[in-house]
Design a protein around this ligand. Structure first.
Ligand code: SAM
Length: 494
């Protein structure tokens, strides 16, 4: 039972980013540590009720790996959970005493971000910041705005990041001794989100990734069923040389049972030439096949003369220009709700979204000249059949001189204009194929399908796409039909 959730109203729980780790997951995390020094200085930042430290201690008490003393430092901001935390620490002390391990702990009822940023920033003049041999963390997650106190504190130590969890990890990393080990559970969003790029660089420059673990279900890791983030567990060691190989494992999450663990070359996880430093997570055999197929393709979107952009009409900014139904002086406005099995169904008067936008001097900069465009949804979740959902905007079906693409869509275009039809249809088949979907799932850990993600994919060359497009007799092909067609053409042009 999640006591914390009962004691506070939900909004306070959200403010604190308080989602407690389920015991089997905490134990699994504790099992990931490698050999530790005789005296372990352990950090548990955002400790909640202390379940991570308790799991760490339990592991060492059962299979003592030569550890004689544990000095635990715990940070927790929420006063309501401190009694429970303190009880857990006393229990740890009892267990350690029985196992012949000296256990001491200090609970800081303080803001970890503020306190540690200040200590690290004062490094030259004040007392040395603490140093840790091990850290176990399920940090709080919540967006932090550019002018928030947290952002300012983090900035003072050179950390620029937009979420609490990445701020926590960046600070924890700075507090670790060389060779120190960190096991953390966090949202997966940092693996490819464009805003997390500085964090990824900081992370990969100072932490050697040894293992990544993903869950096949989203909620399984937490004691609270409302967690919607996709999570990841990582084991990393403070140091500057990434290993040659990394273990990737996954589990259903329901019982903490591991379903698969595979060793991959590190370069398959972070591609050496990738400026974005995406962290790819190949978790199944089909992901590996998808990687091999995509690696065999050599065209970039730019080399095809194609650009992908986010729909330019931000509806709430142009409220006065929106119309429920088309009328004189308006042009079509397209949302994801207009997607209809490969093509666009427009207008959709029964939908809640507007169908049209005034075409005037104010709106024209946000419109595009009519033409053949390929549209993709910007938000899809892991549970959907496909993460990439592409549909064709055909000017023969929707007649207008100009058209608006709303911000929840990405659109593929040629320098602001429509695409050549067979190329667009070829791209349609390619992006809707299972192979691209599987590849995409390796690196995308959140619900967004960013234009950057689509830009970083490799594509078949122009001719292959055109032939594929011409071979596609109907857009509403079944998934099998699309996959067969795409596979046939990719192999034919090897
Ligand atoms: C995601 S919960 C995890 C709790 C615990 N580690 C676990 O795994 O069960 C994060 C915890 O961090 C605490 N927290 C949030 N902001 C904090 C801050 N700035 N400093 C210290 N603790 C914080 C929350 O109150 C919450 O208990």
């Amino acid at each position: 039972m999640n006591l914390a959730a009962i004691e506070h109203p939900r909004n306070r729980q959200a403010e604190l980013g308080q989602f407690l780790t389920a015991p089997p997951v905490a134990d699994f995390m504790a099992s990931m540590f490698g050999p530790l020094p005789r005296t372990v200085r352990l950090l548990d930042a955002g400790a909640g009720a202390g379940s991570l430290t308790a799991a760490f201690v339990s592991r060492l008490c059962v299979g003592n790996m030569g550890v004689r003393a544990i000095e635990a430092t715990l940070y927790e901001l929420d006063p309501h959970i401190l009694d429970e935390l303190s009880e857990t620490m006393q229990e740890c002390q009892r267990r350690c005493a029985e196992a012949g391990i000296r256990f001491t702990f200090t609970i800081h009822s303080a803001d970890f971000i503020q306190e540690m940023s200040a200590r690290l920033a004062d490094d030259l003049f004040g007392p040395q910041p603490p140093a840790f041999d091990a850290a176990i963390a399920n940090p709080p997650y919540r967006k932090i705005s550019t002018d928030s106190a947290e952002r300012r504190a983090l900035r003072s130590v050179g950390v620029e990041t937009s979420n609490l969890y990445t701020g926590f990890i960046a600070l924890i990393q700075r507090l670790m001794v060389p060779g120190g080990q960190l096991v953390g559970i966090t949202p997966r969003s940092f693996c490819n989100g464009p805003y997390f790029r500085p964090f990824r660089e900081d992370f990969l420059n100072h932490l050697e990734l040894r293992r990544l673990h993903v869950f096949e279900s989203r909620q399984a890791a937490f004691r609270d069923a409302s967690v919607l983030q996709e999570n990841i567990i990582f084991h990393a060691v403070k140091g500057r040389n990434q290993p040659r190989e990394i273990v990737i494992s996954s589990s259903s999450g329901e019982h903490g049972d591991i379903t698969a663990a595979t060793v991959f070359p590190f370069v398959e996880v972070v591609h050496p030439r990738d400026a974005e430093k995406f962290i790819h997570i190949p978790s199944t055999a089909s992901h590996a096949t998808a990687k091999a197929t995509m690696d065999g393709l050599s065209s970039s979107l730019a080399s095809l003369g194609v650009t992908v952009s986010t729909g330019r009409v931000v509806d709430f900014r142009l409220k006065n220009a929106l119309r429920k139904a088309p009328e004189r002086g308006t042009v079509p406005l397209l949302y994801p709700c207009h997607f209809n099995g490969g093509t666009v169904h427009w207008p959709k008067l029964e939908a809640r979204k507007p169908n049209a936008i005034l075409d005037n001097a104010e709106t024209r900069p946000w419109l595009v000249p009519s033409g053949v465009y390929l549209l993709t949804k910007r938000f899809t979740s892991k549970e959907e059949r496909r993460r990439l959902v592409a549909c064709l905007f055909d000017p023969d079906q929707v007649k207008a001189a100009w058209v608006g693409f709303e911000n929840h869509l990405n659109y593929f275009h040629a320098n602001g204009n429509g695409l050549e039809r067979s190329l667009a249809v070829g791209l349609y088949a390619f992006l809707n194929s299972t192979v691209v979907d599987q590849y995409f799932r390796r690196f995308s850990g959140h619900t967004q399908v960013n234009a950057t993600d689509l830009r970083t994919l490799t594509y078949p060359d122009r001719e292959t796409l055109q032939v594929m497009g011409r071979d596609m007799k109907a857009l509403a092909l079944s998934q099998d039909g699309i996959d067969q067609l795409v596979t046939k053409h990719l192999h034919a042009h090897r």
